[in-house]
Design a protein around this ligand. Structure first.
Ligand SMILES: [Fe+2]
Ligand SMILES: [Fe+2]
Length: 286
């Protein structure tokens, strides 16, 4: 068996070079320049994005996916920008290739991710954590490390699955194979992409709250959202069972167990819509 600490170095090196991973779309640089320039208008930004048909389609699809729960369909980039805010839109553009991979490679993981995004947004609204739309993107990205394993480390990923079948816990199996778990892997990739620090910390600590230092409330929120969506049966295909839960999350967030029912009541219609969305995706793929 490979030495996990050596493997850990190799994994980080590969992620740093983005080997085997989708590159950031070239539009990002121009977009950054426009966003930073105070004189640029929303129309200018929307025009730039709309020039790229592929990105536009991806972004509109994400904006329309169940986790944002807009009553009307979002049909233009400008509309998406007004509803989501420019920062969220930027994150969606940057990560749209990854979302495409998740939805194609593993619909179960995609469903799980969108479910956690929806739940994270609901929790952020209930607990008045700032910018629920941005918190939702952390939900969407939280298992990004698994996508990295799936696409850049295919054989090792199979090895992880075998170990899980043999009875090891998924996190333990990842540590044995990679010397690093998917939470840290995903956070590391997000760092390379310069995503907001708050989102990176949330993703890094979503299975281990002790990794959270600065954004304890947000991290607890993601930890709880992940559990609630798993418990509702929207888990990933390869990882069965519930992930370990740290009850401190409830204290940090001041969530009373009786509130869980309220959360589910709000989440249920979103999950219902989500089923339609993924069914549609599956049809498109076949
Ligand atoms: Fe996870
Ligand atoms: Fe998860």
């Amino acid at each position: 068996m490979a030495d996990p600490s050596e493997k850990r170095k190799e994994v980080k090196k590969k992620i740093r070079k983005l080997e085997g991973l989708p590159a950031l779309p070239p539009i990002i640089q121009k977009l950054n320049a426009l966003i930073e320039d105070e004189r640029s208008s929303l129309t200018q930004i929307a025009d730039l994005i709309e020039k790229d048909q592929v990105i536009t389609t991806k972004v509109l699809r994400l904006a329309n996916s169940a986790f944002y729960g807009f009553p009307r369909k979002v049909s233009t980039v400008q509309q998406a920008m007004m509803l989501l805010g420019i920062n969220v839109l930027k994150i969606l553009i940057m990560t749209s290739s990854i979302f495409e991979i998740i939805s194609k490679e593993d619909v179960g993981l995609w469903e799980h991710s969108v479910g956690v995004a929806a739940c994270a947004k609901i929790l952020a609204e209930m607990k008045e954590v700032s910018d629920p739309q941005e918190i939702a993107t952390a939900g969407l990205l939280h298992d990004l490390g698994k996508v990295v394993q799936m696409i850049a480390f295919k054989e090792d990923y199979e090895e992880v699955k075998r170990k899980v079948e043999d009875g090891l816990s998924p996190l333990q199996a990842e540590l044995e194979v990679f010397g690093i778990d998917h939470a840290e892997m995903g956070a590391f990739l997000m760092m390379q992409w310069n995503l907001p620090e708050r989102l990176i910390e949330m993703v890094n600590s979503h299975h281990d709250l002790s990794r959270s230092k600065k954004y304890r409330k947000e991290s607890a929120l993601l930890h709880l959202a992940d559990l609630l969506v798993h418990a509702r049966g929207y888990g990933e295909t390869t990882y069965v069972g519930l992930p370990p839960f740290d009850p401190k999350a409830l204290t940090i967030l001041k969530v009373d167990p009786s509130e869980i029912k309220e959360i589910y009541l709000k989440l249920e219609p979103r999950l219902y819509e989500l089923k339609f969305f993924t069914e549609e995706l599956k049809r498109e793929m076949t």
